[in-house]
Design a binder for this molecule. Sequence first.
Ligand code: SDX
Length: 392
Amino acid sequence: QTGHTTLDYGFVNTSATKSAVTFIDGDKGILRYRGYPIEQLAQNSSYLEVAWLLLYGELPTVDELGQFDERIRRHTLLHEDLKRFFPALPHTAHPMSVLSSAVSALSTYYENQSDPHNPEHVELNTVRMLAKLPVIAAYAHKKSVGQAFLYPDNSLSFVDNFLKLNFGVLSEVYEVNPVMSRALERLLILHEDHEQNASTSTVRLVGSTGANQFSSISAGINALYGPLHGGANEAVLEMLGRIRDSGESVQRFVERVKNKEDGVKLMGFGHRVYKNYDPRAKLVKESADEVLEALGISDPLLDLAKELEQIALEDDYFKERRLYPNVDFYTGVIYKAMGFPTRMFTVLFAIGRLPGWLAQWREAINDPQTKIGRPQQLYTGAPARDYPGLSS
Ligand code: SDX
């Protein structure tokens, strides 16, 4: 503590803003979007209905949702020039890098309509982002597996169109699997917002400078990419795969985590806010068995994840630190069963989180109290000194 500022790494004890979008009670494991419990929304709502709720604060009427869905379908096409952007990147490019770069590139097509304070531009660009991000994501997937890009099919729902863009091929008719469709819808709902997590805080901070929605979302995608945040869902599958391939016992792996050997962490565990079971992780774990069974898939990594969780939850090291599975611990096993490559998992997180980013960006620019994000610091560098040969 010095004169007028308090040092608070990672804003552990600092509220950066007021917000009416999402409520989390970390001790009780409660998550509500605009007051509705996540359990009820995941079970009964849809990605676009929840997106409307987050953006406008109330559930849409049937007509509002119908028009919203229709507008989004009318904006799924990417400018043909933008398609030439993708071959410029190596086929080995991580889909999250492709996503954030393509969203930045997308903004160049609408620079004359990106005034953050023009309500028409805000609405139009929100619809454009919701419509085009899944297409860009699917292009990143197709690029990574060397397959032709497909055009969006506007006769399909948001989720079914996204599944077809990812798994359809020009040489065959694609039939959406209703189990996959419903499971992905629920997973996307579970990711739609999460108050002031690192990527959402990034979106708000970039928006606070007057930057447009595309630039703010691209910044959020980059923040989400990190393995300590959204990148954890990919890191969990890599961790499970390493344990399986190494032949190391789960107990031995847990010991290495507790000894912090070469910085190894139990990925998918722990949370800044939840000091109890992440309610989303509970829902994902419940549906993992059901989805894999319905898809006729058994995956030893799911059993390994459950064994890992069991050992950790009974271990004092994790109990003392209040470390529980978070949203990323089980999602990858389901995404893998659906056929997504591991490096697409965080892209799926980004699609899920997009409505929350857009809602929170909009809340920030409409809040008269929003100030440009410019934290203080405590200076610990060299005292004043003169350039050699000069004296002040
Ligand atoms: C997401 O914020 C959000 O809401 C994010 C998110 C969202 O929806 O937007 O929920 C999505 O990002 C979920 C988190 C995904 N990340 C991971 O699963 C990566 C593994 N988790 C950790 O890196 C960590 O738990 C964080 C980053 C999630 C939270 O870190 P904090 O709150 O800064 O806590 P910390 O790092 O200070 O840890 C406290 C203690 C430390 O031990 P000591 O130094 O006191 O001995 O717990 C230990 C840490 O070493 N610890 C872990 C651990 N997480 C914390 N030890 C082993 N494995 C872990 N996963």
